[in-house]
Design a protein around this ligand. Sequence first.
Ligand code: ATP
Length: 206
Amino acid sequence: MPQRLGVFGGTFDPPHLGHLGVARAARDNLALDRVLLVVANDPWKKSPERAITPAADRLAMVGALVDGEPGLEVSDVEIRRGGPSYTVTTLREMRVANADAELFLIIGRDLVDDFPSWHESVEIARLASIVVVDRPGYVTDAQRGWKLLVVPPVDVSSTELREQLQAYQRDGSAVSPHIPPAVLSVIRERGLYRRNVDDTVTAPRS
Ligand code: ATP
């Protein structure tokens, strides 16, 4: 039987229970052997707009998010490759590394409308079966024939969490329970989100 491999990419700045819920639901509903949470090195669609937390820190946070979760793994493949993170390149590499595997690309519903603007989007859809996961607050008419996976709704975004984390680091304000304690420990230990990450642009190019 070929391995069924889920690829779930993101900026994960920071990772949260919405991400974890998606990865778990994909694993269970699609009978995936493994789900790789692929941490973008340079999320080229976001990095011109705001400062992105260094990739090594985001990798550590995602590692803490999935620690002890059967079948869920953090992947540094895009960080090791460096430069802008193109999903098509990641899928090609996964295909080479896992020749027999069936690939499933998991994306949130908020990304469906923008998908045609992704680098080599037609090729992406050829390399992997695309699975769209439901996300509270987002609707789209464009189903593109892809499978829609309804997951337990977790209404949270990294954007709102970054704002809370700044206040948390500044004066110990409460942080949403959507950030699990293990991830919060990494944030504390590494002193992340101390400054206003949303108003400076320093893209992590390499
Ligand atoms: P930001 O607010 O910084 O734009 P984000 O919360 O959307 O970030 P990403 O790291 O960009 O998080 O998301 C990675 C993937 O997870 C994307 O496919 C996105 O659609 C999906 N996703 C993020 N949050 C949720 C959620 N709450 N429910 C379902 N899918 C989600």
